[in-house]
Design a protein around this ligand. Structure first.
Ligand code: PGA
Length: 261
């Protein structure tokens, strides 16, 4: 079984490089002690270069990328520039980018393809805005559009993050999904990937849960929810809380049989 993958999505935080380095160093200490878990930090772009020197076990991730390599695209950061910095994962299609930057399915599709073709691991975010019995319909549409033109052989590098938007901690009245629901969504998503590509591709694709993940609920998502990891927003800015999440995820991996209870 692959290691659980825990990605810190810092969003537009923290306010200064000093604070970014302090959080990173504290998390790095915890990650060094924890075996059996892969941890990545996705900071705002200006912190990527200074963070390179502060990470050893932690991997670097980006919160977005542009699909062209270089050129006249003011304000964009390309996949090529990120690759040169040693970035491994790139979050694509986060609901906040869909909302505030008006990212469309078409743009997300171009980014996913550019990442997969060029050796970055896209962490494709999908999830429904409001609670609905038709998670499969909403997420199915997002996946179908985002993965249009993706070749089956590229899929081994794809990570999908299921993030019900209503569960994201900054939403009004947000609360985490239940592990049982997350497990149901996992089954839907596997079926969708299996229908779009094939069963073996669906079986190997890591699926993360995101939305109000905390130390208190991570084990539920990894065990009953059978998720392969988590995309953590708010809690990833608190090194103590995030350190606990990392530790618990690592422990989970030392008892892999628990995953199938
Ligand atoms: P949250 O954010 O953990 O603060 O809910 C998750 C995300 O938006 O990726």
């Amino acid at each position: 079984m692959a290691k659980p993958l825990i990605i810190a999505n810092w969003k537009c935080n923290p306010d200064s490089l000093t604070n970014a380095l302090a959080i990173t160093r504290a998390v790095e200490r915890e990650v060094k002690r924890s075996r059996g878990v892969e941890v990545a930090i996705a900071p705002p772009f200006p912190f990527l270069i200074p963070l390179q020197g502060a990470v050893k076990k932690i991997k670097l991730a980006a919160q977005d990328m542009f699909w062209e390599s270089i050129g006249p695209y003011t304000g964009s950061v390309s996949w090529q520039q990120l690759k040169h910095l040693g970035v491994r994962y790139v979050i694509i299609g986060h609901s906040e980018r869909r909302q505030y930057q008006e990212e469309t399915d078409e743009m997300i599709n171009k980014k996913v393809i550019a990442a997969l073709k060029n050796g970055l691991i896209p962490v494709l975010c999908v999830g429904e805005k409001e609670r609905t019995p038709d998670v499969s319909g909403v997420v199915g549409e997002q996946l179908k559009n985002a993965l249009r033109g993706v070749q089956k052989k590229w899929l081994k590098n794809l990570v999908v993050a299921y993030e019900p938007i209503w569960a994201i901690s900054t939403q009004k009245g947000a609360e985490a999904d239940t592990p049982e629901n997350a497990f149901r969504s996992r089954i839907h998503i596997r079926k969708i990937i299996s229908d779009l590509f094939d069963r073996p591709s669906a079986d190997v694709m890591p699926l993360l849960y995101g939305g109000s993940v905390r130390a208190a609920n991570i084990q539920g998502f990894l065990q009953e929810g059978r998720m392969d990891g988590a995309l953590v927003g708010g809690a990833s800015l608190d090194p103590e809380e995030f350190g606990k999440i990392v530790k618990l995820a690592g422990r989970q991996n030392q008892n892999p049989s628990q995953k199938w209870l």
